[in-house]
Design a protein around this ligand. Sequence first.
Ligand code: FES
Ligand SMILES: [Fe+2]
Length: 339
Amino acid sequence: MGPQSAPATLPAALYRADPDQWRREREEIFARSWQYFAHESQLAEPRQYVAETLAGYPLIVVRDEAGVLRGFHNVCRHRAGPLADEGGGTCPGQLTCQYHGWVYTLDGRLRAARDFGASEGFDPRDYGLLPVRTEVWRGLVFVTLDPDAAPLANWVAPLERRLAGRDWSALRRVAVRQHSMACNWKTYVENYLEGYHVPLVHAALDAEIDSARYTVTMDGRVAIHEAPLRAPNPVYDGLWAWMWPTLGVNVYGVGLMIERISPTGPGGVRLDYIYLMPPGVEVSDETMALSDVVTAEDVRIVEAVQRNLDAGVYDTGRLSLRHETAVAAFQQFVRAALV
Ligand code: FES
Ligand SMILES: [Fe+2]
């Protein structure tokens, strides 16, 4: 048998800021997958909450009075007001809409429609908050809008297999860094899924790792990078993984960094780097500085790629079977989600 043929890429039109395409991706991809939402330490006590907008869905997760984690759309059932600003904290045992003051219990029931007046046929029991599923894996709180999504444990099983023996129970959230860029989320994810660009884009990183032996392997919805070091170096050592559609998990010798690739719309991405470390360990300045350099190099190239995709001269290319099989798998997931 001769060599397989290199797969064609997705057409450039799918990467442009098209509102209809973005609506389909939100509904078919982001609403149907598990998204990293928060670290359990942010929600350790009853009444603690975190509010975040993921892929255009404003969400809130709160630990209720009975200790149960509850997820909701951060959207009041009266006229769509917000229950909480983005961020987190401790609420006073109920959620009060900021617009007209409807009050909800922490398990999502409408307790009081403030000064609403008499209304025949208005039953508060019909106007509870819209729930969202939450599950926890190794202290990481995930949400999905899909009542039928497979359990989170199924999704993360390929990661779990590679983490056997590592204990994350004492990790704390020690630092958060954010970076914004002007590109479609798929442009960034694809860059994340191959090491082919390392020798051209990341000179300092390339000096440390053996790019010729850089591989990315798919296992279910998870991609695992293997980048052998030229010489032992704890700053670069670790397990780099990705899970469909937009989660990076970078496991270091101690602790880890969650990389959440959050689309802010069809043409923008915010990266949230969340560093989780054991007690007494901070993220070294060297690790932060290195991460900033590599991120800046990636942002520069993906923004240039996005401008070229937007220019309208390029439609589709071909993917290397040696280096870009994870990109091909990602593009297959996108195709399958959007049929
Ligand atoms: S929108 Fe929430 S009380 Fe009116
Ligand atoms: Fe890169």
